[in-house]
Design a protein around this ligand. Structure first.
Ligand code: GDP
Ligand code: MG
Ligand code: K
Length: 281
């Protein structure tokens, strides 16, 4: 059978390790391997004739290059290039958890979202049209309860579908950052394309976004390419233009646009049970 490499990515405490233990715990070996500053666990198991090799990555709120965990997760995604990412999302804290989802969309990874802590959502009586959100972001969303194992078999069946590119909701999308930022992205992307030295495996849109956000690691990567001066000059010019037009810091503009996308999407799909919330406090 085929082996599918899967990485678990999500905020701290969203239930990644519980999911990992439930999936891999029943079978075979679990090995620890250490990075310089953080640990990740790897395990394997079988389902429907497929072998899954899963890595439980450290929890992160973002994929900027600010913490060792963020850098570790990012370099794992870029270097190990898992076949499918399972983005574990805490259903009781969608707004914050979906920020990371937006950044995974920027990276253009193939993913399935585990809508974990689903028991919490149901207990609170909140209504969430996750299928509708799933269509918006072009990735399957599967309700799970990591603690009990509910939904985990379905989750890995969707991983198979995504891996085989047979999943009906699977679609390449990108976050629309609005006219001003999109213009900047397009300009930097053109400069990257004209340079000709950017590896094909890396999304130029992703690099453009990260360059505009002032990401030091991505900047160092681009700097190492022959003829990169023109790209970086172009980037600087575009940042100045964006900051002049929006009257805010360029990195902040991207952050705000992501939260804007999330709140728009949740406005259409999520309804909080106000009665229950009020009576339980
Ligand atoms: P990680 O930091 O993402 O690895 O999260 P953990 O797997 O360590 O889980 C954090 C806490 O949430 C633990 O106390 C788990 O027992 C609990 N937990 C995990 N999944 C669920 C779930 O689906 N529902 C509920 N109610 N609790 C969960
Ligand atoms: Mg953990
Ligand atoms: K996609």
């Amino acid at each position: 059978g085929k082996t599918i490499n899967v990485a678990l990515v999500g905020n701290p405490n969203c239930g990644k390790t519980s999911l990992f233990n439930f999936a891999s715990g029943a079978h075979e070996h679990v090995g620890n391997y250490s990075g310089v500053t953080v640990d990740a666990k790897e395990g394997t198991f079988q389902q429907n004739g497929y072998t899954f090799r899963i890595v439980d990555l450290p929890g992160t709120y973002s994929l900027s290059a600010y913490t060792p965990e963020e850098l570790y997760v990012r370099s794992h995604l870029n270097e190990a290039q898992p076949d499918v990412v399972i983005n574990v999302v805490d259903a009781s804290n969608l707004e914050r958890n979906l920020y990371l989802t937006c950044q995974l969309i920027d990276m253009d990874v193939r993913m399935v979202i585990a809508l974990n802590m689903y028991d919490d959502l149901e207990r609170k009586g909140n209504k969430f049209d996750h299928e509708s959100l799933s269509r918006m972001i072009g990735a399957p969303i599967v309700p799970t309860i990591s603690k009990t194992g509910f939904g985990i078999e379905d989750l890995f069946n969707r991983v198979i579908k995504v891996y085989e590119e047979e999943d009906p909701v699977l679609r390449h999308i990108h976050i629309n950052y609005g006219e001003v930022l999109e213009k900047g992205i397009t300009n930097v992307r053109k400069a990257l394309k004209a340079n000709g030295n950017v590896p094909k495996s890396i999304s130029k849109r992703y690099l453009s976004i990260k360059l505009l956000e002032g990401d030091h690691e991505i900047e160092a990567f681009v700097k190492a390419l022959p003829g990169s001066e023109i790209i970086l000059q172009d980037r600087d010019r575009n940042i100045a233009q964006i900051e002049n037009l929006l009257q805010e810091d360029c990195e902040t503009a991207f952050t705000n646009a992501r939260y804007g996308f999330i709140s728009g999407a949740l406005r259409e799909t999520f309804e909080q049970n106000k009665i229950k919330e009020a009576s339980s406090t």
